[in-house]
Ligand binder design. Structure first.
Ligand code: F3S
Length: 280
């Protein structure tokens, strides 16, 4: 059985950076926390906990120490609270997410109604929205634009993981409504690239493993994309979940991983498959 690993499986730039910053901060003092999980990988979160870095839901109970801001950002009032409490802030917000937050802030300040293309329930989007004024609206698709109040000046930004197609649809709808439109393409291509590679791989193999947190939306999406092409696709978090029965009659197995999956977990998965291969 041959194992084919997707070229860009695992950490994207922003997640790699955030994880590095968190591990570096972990040694600083005994009162280091992350505001929400640093990335969507329970294994990384557990490792940090073992090093004394706990996850906080909010800053209510924190009055000193270091707070690490997760890769997909937090709400502006949470940063303000941390500043007010004079906490040490390690801002691991991905620079691409930060760009979207800054555009919303500037657009709002200069009188634009802002349309954020994305999933209103996602913490990244909630964070982005918080940087604007009272005229910031989240839409999931072009159809939802018709429900928005009338605006003459419209600014558009997107959640970093949105598809270009969806952003384009929303912009077309906005063009039918506003007099002046400013569009900032804040989509990060890390997600799209991983999906394209995963698709290509799924066509070449008899079984596909997608590795990553069950709470990671981009890993779940990768798995959905693969299952459409290769029904023998399994989403796993760790090597321990591999069922040897999955490989019966399989000649080529593909492995890919979400943007928040650490390399050590991918390596363990590949080693486990190779181990099973030898014992057969
Ligand atoms: Fe940043 Fe893109 Fe990753 S926005 S966190 S580099 S998916």
């Amino acid at each position: 059985m041959k194992v084919l690993l997707a070229k860009r499986a695992g950490f994207c730039f922003g997640v790699k950076r955030a994880t590095q910053m968190a591990f570096e901060a972990a040694g600083i003092d005994k009162t280091t926390y992350t505001l929400g999980p640093i990335i969507h990988s329970p294994q990384v979160v557990n490792k940090l906990e073992e090093m004394g870095v706990k996850v906080l839901k909010n800053l209510d109970t924190m009055d000193r120490g270091t707070i690490i801001i997760r890769s997909h950002g937090v709400a502006s009032h949470e940063i303000e609270e941390a500043v007010q409490k004079q906490l040490e802030i390690v801002d691991a917000t991905c620079p691409f997410v930060k760009k979207a937050q800054e555009h919303v802030k500037r657009l709002s300040e200069t009188g634009y109604g802002v349309v954020v293309v994305g999933d209103a329930d996602h913490p990244e989007v909630q964070g982005i929205v918080s940087y604007g004024g009272d005229k910031v609206f989240v839409v999931g698709s072009g159809e939802e634009v018709s429900k928005l109040p009338k605006m003459n000046k419209i600014g558009v930004v997107a959640q970093t993981t949105q598809s270009f197609e969806n952003l384009k649809n929303v912009v077309s709808e906005c063009l039918l409504r506003g007099g002046e439109i400013r569009v900032f393409n804040t989509i990060c291509d890390a997600t799209a690239i991983r999906q394209e590679e995963a698709k290509e791989l799924a066509y070449q193999v008899d079984c596909m493993l997608v590795v990553g947190g069950f709470n990671s939306a981009n890993t779940r999406r990768l798995s959905e994309v693969c299952v459409e092409i290769q029904p023998r696709t399994h989403h796993i978090e760790t090597a321990a979940e591999i069922d040897p029965g999955w490989f019966s009659g399989v000649e080529r197995v593909g492995v890919t991983a979400g943007a928040s999956t650490p390399k050590w977990i991918i390596d363990e998965v590949v080693s486990r498959i190779e181990e099973l291969n030898k014992s057969n």
